[in-house]
Design a protein around this ligand. Sequence first.
Ligand SMILES: *[C@@H]1O[C@H](CO)[C@@H](O)[C@H](O)[C@H]1NC(C)=O
Ligand SMILES: *[C@@H]1O[C@H](CO)[C@@H](O)[C@H](O)[C@H]1NC(C)=O
Length: 412
Amino acid sequence: MKFKLLASPARWRIFRFLLAFVLLASLVTSYIYLKHRPSYALYDTLANHEVSESRRFIRNSPDNKYVFFRQLQGAGFNNQAQEILLFHHLALLTSRVYVYQPIIWRPRGSEATVPLSAFIPSITRNSVSAAVFSEACSPEETRRVDINIDHGALWEDTKQQLSGDEKCIVVENWILNWGFLASDALHAIWPEFQKYLSAHFQWSDPIRAIAARAQADLTLRGPFNPEGERYIALHFRRGDFEGHCQSLAEQQTGFTTWATLPSLSPSIHSPTLNTTNHTSIIDHCYPALHRIVDLIDAQVRDKPHLRTLHVLHDGAWDHPLVYAQHYRLAATLTNAQRAREAGWVGGPMKRVTHSAQVPIQWGEADWAVAVDVELARRAEIFVGNGYSSLSTQVVALRLGADGGRVEDVALL
Ligand SMILES: *[C@@H]1O[C@H](CO)[C@@H](O)[C@H](O)[C@H]1NC(C)=O
Ligand SMILES: *[C@@H]1O[C@H](CO)[C@@H](O)[C@H](O)[C@H]1NC(C)=O
């Protein structure tokens, strides 16, 4: 009896505690969900607009020739964006209308899609949505081709096949595969692709608006915020890369896409990448903090005007340790004594900002990755990871779309 009398309030306390915990957990879950809640209405509007514009374009230009490529389904946003840009470029080079497909958007589920115009509407202009491909091309007018994926010959072979008179061509095999994107064959494409980027690449209005807002809020200098501070951007690629880098090391894989450009080899942190050496691959793909610090030392030691660092990272609720590493890095780089010992002229970093501080509002979460790319593109110096498609996309935009200098790019 006595026991019961004592136990009841204790049990009640536990019950209240559990209740409070469950309530809190559901609040956090719904917050995360709502923050990421897709703006379905906006996407429906964009998808409908894509279809009506495509129909108008098909109607108004009956002599068009079209090409539909088999595209990567899934992977990260930048992997898809890089491929889409190359396909669009190939279509324009061969005077064909690019038949574009939506972005596969994993954060919403493995099959979820987002209209391409939500991200890069410039590609959808004078192109046709895959949703109405059959209205442009009957099966009788369509030739289906398989292209020999020998890396060295692939690009020219594809151009030749697409130069035919057929009204519509469907490329049935996946031509821009990982091996091709890591191969030297890409180097010959670069001069033309730079021109393509500068003529045809533009983010959507919301992405540009969020990037401008971020630069204003974080006092970072950019075209919309000339009063902000000049900054160096670091792509701190962690998250799932720990395991990914191990498998890349086992497969002896080198850098991806534009990070392999010979003009960038002086920008790569020494010792040089040796793809037959496991340790070397890990050093470049998943660098220890001291390697990152060394590289930043080398970039800013003699540049006292550059004392703001913006870190793009992938810390999230499923990768909480990335935050711990980020704060360790920030503490190291803002340490006055260490800066002195490392020979920094003009003292340590004054400010370190990072991805989680980008003012993303409700319903904007899908754009965060593109905003990260844009903030790194606008930085005075960019320190990236040659194994990452985000980093190499930043490099492509800086050097290609903006005519930037390789000296202002460093790769880990
Ligand atoms: C690359 O690494 C392999 C194995 O670790 C080594 O045998 C080779 O000498 C290295 N090559 C260079 C150029 O350092
Ligand atoms: C492999 O790379 C690491 C890191 O760059 C280096 O320290 C080591 O000497 C290399 N091993 C060989 C056999 O070249």
